[in-house]
Each structure stands twice: as structure tokens, then as C-alpha cells.
Design a protein around this ligand. Sequence first.
Ligand SMILES: Cc1cc2nc3c(=O)[nH]c(=O)nc-3n(C[C@H](O)[C@H](O)[C@H](O)COP(=O)(O)OP(=O)(O)OC[C@H]3O[C@@H](n4cnc5c(N)ncnc54)[C@H](O)[C@@H]3O)c2cc1C
Ligand code: FES
Ligand code: FES
Length: 471
Amino acid sequence: MKRRISFICNKNLVEAYVNPALTLLDFLRKNERLTGVKEGCREGDCGACSIMLGSIENNSLKYEVVNSCLFPIADADGCHVVTIEGINEIDLSPIQKSFINEGSTQCGFCTPGFIISLTCYLISGKQLNYADAIDSIGGNVCRCTGHAAIIRSVKSIMDSFINRNAGNEKCIDYLISKNYLPAYFKDIEIRLMNLKRQTVPEKLRNRLMIAGGTDLYVQRHDDLILEEEVDFIFNTGNKIYTENNSCFVEASATASDLGNSELLKNIFPGFEDFIKLFGSKPIRNRATIGGNIINASPIGDITSILLSLNSSLHITDGLNERILPLNEFYTGYKTFNLNSNEFIDKVSFKIPEGEYFFNYEKVSKRRHLDIASVNSSAFIKMNDGIIVEAKISGGGLAPIPLYLEKASSFLINKTATGNNLIASINIALDEVSPIDDVRGSAVYKKILFRQLLFAHFNKFFPEVITPEILI
Ligand SMILES: Cc1cc2nc3c(=O)[nH]c(=O)nc-3n(C[C@H](O)[C@H](O)[C@H](O)COP(=O)(O)OP(=O)(O)OC[C@H]3O[C@@H](n4cnc5c(N)ncnc54)[C@H](O)[C@@H]3O)c2cc1C
Ligand code: FES
Ligand code: FES
């Protein structure tokens, strides 16, 4: 089941007739001999395989970093793939020079990944700042230099960009003029516009589907390569929109789409920061909400958030749609209510109005780039000092991502007094049944969950739930 895939690789057009599930990493290293793309963990953890992916979105060129080890070559169709070999033609780029000057590289295995991530950040066209530059290398790990020298490089690069705010196209011109990018980048937008995607999204899905691939390539890489037929869920069109007081999110929307959505940021202030707790930037750029729901991990971050928003799943077999509340979807550990010919098309939730609060909390062994030991989301709506809606979810506390029915409904028609909020926390603790595992003991997780509930209520009602209550 080979397919024809065409894309621009650095400055050359590549036309390949390949297994579409082949990882881009293997294609680049073995077919194109681009060995600057390194194979480290093959699990999305180290960033040694990072590449920049350019595509046309809303009629303009956009670049993002992805882990090529988890990326099916089918998704490169019609795109610009940039490896470290495509970043400079004659001289080293200022980022590479700064890595040398600051002693940020030793064996060099991780270095191409860091350079790619930072270059992609500079192309982003956003108001550049140091914190976001550091976030951009959150998915890159160096095993021998130590991160202090790399952080020094980031600082020196950012110092030369301070106060620079450029739109995408202007930004590319500027980066070319300063030798951060080679001149061929000037023509990429027009070349991509002329290079049509050969593969089109299909409506009927009876085969294994690869969305972002961030779960599938970690869990079933060999199966995917051998599988006779796979489908690909392409990221297309307007993925997050409103209709009749509801917000709709396509299942193919990625964690980055959620974090970048002005709509969601307006509805839930701070939403972008909640999403930053999910994996690393390259993982967020690929991980879809459909994949997160189907992964059915008890600690899925997006699933936890969607549960507290009382979301509904729009499930289809390509012809008919049925709508199912997310909190009725899971039937047991990794089992759910979905027929083999069905897939999730989109998710929707009602846009809240009036006075309401939303918060997401996650504790993991590392703050970033780690899955949660325990996570929790809470949504509360008030009317005249009375709680009229409450939805609390918790992850890592049961075999499924858990909606806390009793603790949530206890709060309805109550005032937000200390007694009521603490009573609801105690009810929530009775509703969960964590187990001992590598992420912590059952007792530890229960204590953690209690603290997360306090954190929600402290943010919502700081004058009632004060830090002193916890002591
Ligand atoms: C390094 C790393 C860090 C991670 N960090 C986090 C984290 O912090 N938090 C977290 O929650 N998860 C994390 N994950 C897990 C993973 O990224 C998420 O579960 C992600 O949302 C999966 O989406 P995907 O598009 O990559 O799924 P895929 O791997 O493409 O697919 C997963 C499953 O979902 C199915 N599927 C996908 N879309 C649909 C659909 N629309 N309808 C029906 N079935 C569908 C696929 O067929 C497959 O069975 C991490 C993974 C890695 C590798
Ligand atoms: S090889 Fe480690 S993230 Fe791809
Ligand atoms: S320089 Fe050796 S892993 Fe980073």
C-alpha cells in the first residue's frame, strides 16, 4: 500500500513512493542520507530528531517543530521539511555560532534538535520573549553539556531580538538578512502554494487511523509499518469555532491549536498556560484531542479539561452522527463506547456566560514534559452568590478519567462557604480509588488530589479558601 508523497525537503523537491506510515525520521536518514536528524529515544522524549514543518494555513506559510520519529511521512505531503542541513548554506547561523561561543555543545548529538527548535521559534512571527524561547526547547534534552550553557545561548540570541515584532513573511526576510535562514526560504511560500497535497482526507474510516501519532508510534510502531491499510487524520480548516452558544473543537485539533485559540483564551483566561503543562512543544504541535480521548489514559490532560466543561462527543460512521456526553464514554480501563466503524468527529461544550471560574491543575514528577501523577479540572458558575453549576474532574485516581458526580452536584444551589467547599472536597475524596503505581502510592495520590481541589477553590474563592486552611 505504497503512496506517492511530494514535499520540499530543505531546498529540494522530493517525490517518494513509500509506505505512508513510514516515519519521516527513517525516510530522512535512510533515503535522503540527512543524518543531522538524529535517532535518540524514538518516543518523543529527547528532541534529537526535531525537524521544522512548513505548511500553508489560511493562505500563509507557517512553521512548527515536530518529532520526526513520531511523524508519518504521509503528513509531510505538500509541506516543507527542514532539517539542520537546510538551515545554512555557507556559514554557520548565529544560533550555531552562539552555541559554540557559549560552550553549549560537546558530543553534538542533541545540538541539531536545539538549533531547529530555536530557529523555528524565531520564525514564529510572534512577539519574541525569553520565556517562550525557553519553552520552545522544552522538548530537547542534552545528556552531556548540561542545560546551563544552552540557556546562556538562548539568552544571548534573545538579546539580539529584543523589541523585534515581525509578521511571518517580514520575519523570514529579516532572518534571511541576518543569516539565520538561507536565501531559498524566500521562495518556499509560493513553491508550497503550487505543490498540492496528493492525499485527501477521507470521510469513511474503517481502518486504523493515525492522527498525531504521538501515542501510536510509541506503542505500536512496528504494527503501523506492517499494517495493510491505515488512514491519516489531517489537520484541516477551522478547527475551533462557535455556533448557537456552543464551542466546537474538531477532533483533529492539536493541543497547540487549543493553546493558541483566541476564542478559548477569551472564554477561559489563562487557558494557554494550562495547555503548556501538556508534553513539550513538538508533542503539543501533533497531539490531537481525538487521540487524547481515545488513548483513554486515566491521566489524559485534555480529557480531564473537557470533562469539567461538560463536553459532548460527536461520533460518526461517516454517514450518521450520534452525540454522547464525554462522561458516559468510558466503560472501564481503556474501554469505551465506540463501534469499530465509528470515529470522533468533534467535541462541543456550551459557552459559559455570566460569572464563572475555570481552573486546571496538574502535578507530575517533572513540572513540564511529563505525564501527570494526578490532575484535576474544575468549572463553577455563580448566580447571585449561589453556585448554579459545578463540574469537577480528576485524573490518576481511577481506571478512567473521572468526572466527580457526587462532589460536583453537592455544590449546586449552595453558597461558596468554607464549610460547603471543604465538604465537597471530602465527598470527592470518597469518590476516588487510586492505586499504587510508578507515579506514586494510592495514599500520596489522594493527598495530592485534595491539594489540587484546594488549589481550585483557593483560585476561585481566595477570601474563603486561604492557604492557612491547609496548614
Ligand atoms: C513525549 C510524550 C509526552 C506526552 N505528554 C502528554 C501529556 O503531558 N498529557 C497527555 O495527556 N498526554 C501526553 N502524551 C500522550 C499523547 O500525546 C496524547 O494522548 C495525544 O493526545 C494523542 O493524540 P494523537 O493525535 O497523537 O493520537 P494518535 O497516536 O494518532 O492516536 C491514538 C489513538 O487514537 C485513535 N484516534 C485518533 N483520533 C481519533 C478520532 N478522531 N476518532 C477515533 N479514534 C481516533 C487512533 O486510531 C489511535 O488508536 C504524551 C506523549 C508523548 C510521546
Ligand atoms: S528520537 Fe527522541 S524525540 Fe525523536
Ligand atoms: S552535547 Fe552531547 S547530548 Fe548534548
